[in-house]
Design a protein around this ligand. Structure first.
Ligand code: NDP
Ligand SMILES: CC(C)=CCC[C@@H](C)[C@H]1CC=C2C3=C(CC[C@@]21C)[C@@]1(C)CC[C@H](O)C(C)(C)[C@@H]1CC3
Length: 614
């Protein structure tokens, strides 16, 4: 029979599962069959640990300045800004860098999650358990105890670790109310910081059809983009005229166009770096750090407008962008490929904690989804910058270019009503995004997806060159819109906007301050993570009211183009597919994160996006 290293009653340090942090524990017993020790933390938490995850107290005694805390719930300190300094964390120099292969990371992570957890008693419910049997209840949003709970925004990553464990409460008699709220605060904070590490996802969890799927998307999307633009350039853009005449590849490349594109990008970089605008903290990362972001997107937009206005006044020929539209699309695509290669290469040196929870260890998949979560050069955040600046602001500039091209080509003194509608609707959308810039920090793109080809292409190519498609279409396919029709379209757009903005603002306000008096009338479902879910207001209507609003707006963008061709409706077709897929991804993550509470929410609010339909 194999010998055991630690005796019952011995006080040692036990590793907190899924992390490299060790806490003082007492050995309760040892199971000779499974070779697991049952240990008890000072707050009463009992877990089963492998021998490798237990160290004698003496291993830690010499360490200077280490934490003296003895249980996950008791340890405290101001670590929101610095990296975790747990007793188990090796010195920085000795820490393994990600230049060691991702496969090695996977092995290590798998070894970590092998720790078998049996019970975990948490004062506010089991924050990392999937189905914990916690007392779910629906309440109005004015219960005072929620304040403390809601302050902790546990990062989305929690869900990826959570399902790796089999957690069962051993002392079910511990009730939520018996626990003092201060203690809750520490436990929740500590869990957010310690237990959630990047766990490589298993092959079956790969999204977008796995490796073959992303491979197809990466080649298919650029081809599709060019075909669409070429189709639109035809006099009769009917689908019957597919395929459009294809230009030679060398005709599409112009170094001057690439230069103009780079200039545009650099101007946006410059505006991003301006020390104007509020600095805010993002959602906590897996190691508890919160990155800082400067919110100056709206200023960048004002400055860009000033630059564009001055250039127009100076007689700069904006028609060049229209006449070289495909060349610009190619320049942006080339730039995006180079950027994606750079992002992948640098991610190989990134520490494991900096990797995206979506990354898999497969090079092709990770090149697509993005391996590093928040690639930064100093304080310059590449993903955050690309998401809102060159592409989104570029979209508005391209729309303006199309408006001018329409006037020139159709010899108009003023732009058509259809063009004005499309331009102003989309301007409102972009200004809204920049005005509410902070909301971007809680989107799936920022907290879950890495920065790779998908977002680089989406942000830098797809948004400016596809989202401006209606304006591009109207340049060569005029459509006269009557005023009654225009009024209907405007009403539709405003309805969509009210739903989109109302839903996003309601959720953002709730996540920022759950006890906001303005939200006191809303009902919520308590969840075990400490974060609650809204079940009335916009979020009680359908489960993704913001997507519904976005889709209604998308329809209003296409309608001014008339009904002669399907092409201008491509956007709404694509967007419906994108949001349905995105909703499914979010649903999957929320189910993992909130367990029964999410199922309760689904029962209460059965429709996902379209009431009574889907
Ligand atoms: N124009 C475009 O191409 C695109 C636009 N968008 C728009 O971007 C915006 C952001 O979208 P996206 O990031 O996908 O998703 P959401 O803004 O809808 O965020 C989803 C998250 O909200 C939280 N949540 C879900 N239900 C509730 C509830 N009942 N109460 C409180 N919180 C809840 C959950 O996170 P948690 O609980 O962790 O807070 C969930 O993961 C949307 O308006 C969308 O339309 C998105 C993609 C493309
Ligand atoms: C086809 C392909 C490669 C798709 C990638 C998807 C991207 C185009 C979108 C993913 C999420 C996005 C968001 C916006 C634009 C489109 C992308 C990048 C967004 C910036 C639009 C403006 C909104 O107000 C928003 C800020 C909420 C939104 C965030 C998500």
């Amino acid at each position: 029979m194999p010998s055991r290293k630690f005796a019952d009653g011995e006080v040692v340090r036990g590793r907190w599962p899924g992390s490299s942090l060790y806490y003082e524990v007492e050995i309760l017993s040892h199971d000779s069959t499974s070779q697991l020790y049952t240990v008890k933390y000072k707050d009463g938490t009992e877990l089963e640990l492998k021998e490798n995850d237990i160290k004698p107290l003496t291993s830690f005694r010499q360490r200077k300045g280490g934490s003296t805390s003895s249980s996950p719930s008791r340890r405290r300190g101001s670590r929101s800004r610095s990296r975790s300094r747990s007793p188990g964390r090796p010195p920085k120099s000795a820490r393994r860098s990600a230049s060691a292969s991702h496969q090695a990371d996977i092995k290590e992570a798998r070894r970590e999650v092998e720790v078998k957890l049996t019970p975990l008693i948490l004062p506010f419910g089991n924050s990392i358990s999937r189905y914990n049997g916690e007392p779910e209840h629906i309440e109005r949003n004015d219960a005072p105890h929620k304040n403390t709970q809601e302050k902790f925004s546990l990062s989305q990553e929690s869900s990826y670790i959570a399902t790796q464990y089999s957690l069962r409460p051993r002392r079910e008699e511990v009730k939520l109310k018996e626990i003092d709220s201060k203690e809750e605060k520490y436990v929740a904070k500590e869990l957010a910081v310690r237990t959630f590490e990047v766990t490589p996802i298993r092959a079956k969890d790969l999204e977008f059809g796995g490796v073959p799927g992303v491979f197809l998307i990466m080649f298919g999307l650029p081809v599709f983009l060019f075909l669409l633009l070429l189709m639109c350039k035809q006099k009769d853009p009917s689908l019957l005229n597919f395929p459009p005449p294809l230009p030679a590849l060398y005709e599409l490349w112009e170094t001057r166009v690439f230069g103009v594109y780079l200039l545009w990008f650099l101007i946006q970089v410059l505006f991003y770096l301006l020390p104007i605008g509020k600095v805010v903290e993002g959602t906590p990362l897996i190691d508890g750090r919160r990155l800082k972001y400067r919110l100056n997107g709206f200023y960048a937009f004002i400055l860009t407008s000033a630059v564009i206005g001055t250039s127009l006044f100076q007689g700069v020929e904006f028609h060049y962008v229209y006449s070289h539209f495909l060349q610009f699309a190619l320049a942006a695509t080339v730039f995006c490929v180079v950027l994606s290669v750079y992002l992948y290469m640098r991610s190989l040196k990134a520490p494991r904690n900096d990797l995206s929870p979506a990354s898999s260890g497969n090079a092709v998949y990770d090149f697509f989804i993005g391996r590093e979560l928040n690639p930064r050069i100093g304080t310059f955040d590449l993903k955050y910058f690309c998401e809102l600046r060159p592409g989104l602001i570029g979209w508005v500039v391209i729309n303006l270019v199309m408006l001018l091209a329409e006037m020139k080509i159709q010899d108009r003194a003023v732009p058509s009503l259809a063009m004005i509608l499309v331009n102003s609707f989309q301007l409102l959308y972009v200004v809204d995004a920049l005005w509410n810039e902070e909301a971007l920090l809680t989107t799936m793109d920022i907290i879950h997806d890495g920065f790779g080809f998908m977002l680089a292409f989406g942000d830098l190519v797809w948004v400016p060159f596809i989202y401006s498609f209606q304006a591009f279409y109207l340049v060569s396919h005029p459509n006269e819109v009557s005023w009654p029709m225009a009024s209907l379209i405007i009403v539709l757009k405003l309805c969509g906007y009210v739903i989109f903005r109302g839903a996003n603002s309601q959720k953002n306000a709730f996540r920022k301050n759950p006890s906001d008096p303005k939200l006191a009338h809303l009902k919520t479902i308590h969840t075990s993570t400490g974060k609650n879910l809204l079940v009335s207001g916009w979020w009680g209507f359908v489960r993704h009211p913001n997507y519904l609003g976005d889709l209604i707006m998308a329809l209003a963008w296409s309608l001014p183009c008339g009904f002669n061709h399907i092409l201008p409706y491509f956007y709404i077709i694509y967007f419906t597919m994108l949001l349905v897929h995105r909703e499914a991804r979010d649903e999957y993550h929320c189910k993992k994160k909130y367990g029964v509470a999410w199922e309760k929410y689904c029962q209460r609010v059965p429709y996902r996006i379209f009431p009574y339909i889907y």
